[in-house]
Design a protein around this ligand. Structure first.
Ligand SMILES: Nc1nc2c(ncn2[C@@H]2O[C@H](COP(=O)(O)OP(=O)(O)O)[C@@H](O)[C@H]2O)c(=O)[nH]1
Ligand SMILES: [Mg+2]
Length: 294
């Protein structure tokens, strides 16, 4: 039996969170097609008869300017210190590979064994095109292994788990088998609401949004709803207006989509009360980041 910690690192949008959800068989980490969806370190535990892999999903590595983004890159690189091995995720597209090559040295410099996963191979129609790419990325550095996968379909994921397991020390499981994560339902509730904002709004807006859960009241008896009150924080009045939408339509859309996911997460009915408020420049200042939980 082997067990240990694995950091999932890589450029934004490579599919790190999608992979974590795929191996857990549970939607723990929120995902979207917008870069920098993941803002915190997300812990998820995978168990099988041969190994326990404690994954730490992280925000994407990139050249960051905004205070929030710099904080996220720090969060990602800091996990390098805490782990036994690294899963470096790259997207197999010209742009994805270029972004991965730019940050690969930061990950290899950590001195931990690194397994490189080439993700999104479901988008490559002609699989023979993968061979020259595999050769190219292999030359980037000293990888423990290189594994092509599709985090979305699960293709290649068992092989990837095997390679990661090889990098872990022998030992008993670190966490009880039934424990999927160390995150609270309250935290995950805020993340699910933020995911809907990322998926339903465009351009700069998602990056100016944070969600706080102000109240999380568990039901007094089974079958009764969990009552959640949450606030979506934007940076400008114009953003607030978009989040609310004409006649409140956007906020309703966000709320309905979030409630459906929350009910799945909590296994029962949910009463969700959503508010929108403006917190000027929160993503650009230390004070704002702290206030909104970053
Ligand atoms: N076609 C395809 N899309 C994927 C795959 N993995 C992730 N994606 C998509 O890529 C986008 C970014 O995924 P996400 O997991 O949030 O990336 P992260 O920023 O690295 O955590 C999302 O729209 C995913 O649905 C894959 O294997 N195939
Ligand atoms: Mg992510």
């Amino acid at each position: 039996m082997r067990s240990g910690f694995v950091a999932i690192l890589g450029p934004p949008n490579a599919g790190k969170s999608t992979f974590l959800n795929q191996v857990l068989g549970f939607k723990l980490a929120i995902t979207s097609d917008k870069p920098q969806t993941t803002r915190h370190r997300i812990l998820g535990v995978h168990n099988d008869p041969q190994r326990q892999v404690v994954f730490l999903d992280t925000p994407g590595l990139h050249a960051a300017r905004r205070a929030l983004n710099q904080r996220m890159v720090q969060t990602a690189l800091a996990t390098l210190e805490e782990v036994d091995a690294v899963l470096f995720m790259a997207e197999v597209s010209p742009r994805g590979l270029a972004e991965a090559q730019e940050v690969a040295h930061q990950v290899l410099a950590g001195g931990k064994p690194v397994v490189l996963a080439l993700n999104k191979i479901d988008l490559v129609a002609d699989k023979t095109a993968l061979l020259p790419i595999l050769q190219r990325v292999t030359a980037w550095g000293q990888w423990a292994a290189v594994v092509p996968i599709s985090a979305q379909t699960g293709d290649g994921c068992p092989a990837l788990l095997t390679e990661l397991g090889r990098c872990l020390p022998e030992g008993e499981p670190l966490f009880p088998e039934e424990m999927l994560t160390d995150l609270s339902e309250r935290f995950l509730a805020g993340e699910l609401i933020r995911e809907k904002v990322f998926r339903l709004t465009e351009r700069e807006l998602p990056y100016s949004v944070a969600v706080t859960v102000d109240e999380f009241l568990e039901p007094e008896e089974e079958g009764r709803p969990t009552a959640i009150t949450a606030t979506i924080h934007a940076e400008r009045e114009g953003q607030k207006a978009i989040l609310i939408g004409k006649g409140g339509q956007m906020l309703k859309k966000i709320g309905t989509a979030a409630r459906q996911d929350l009910e799945r997460l909590l296994g029962g009915p949910v009463f969700l009360d959503l508010f929108v408020r403006v917190e000027p420049k929160w993503s650009r200042q230390d004070k704002g980041l702290r206030k909104l939980g970053y």
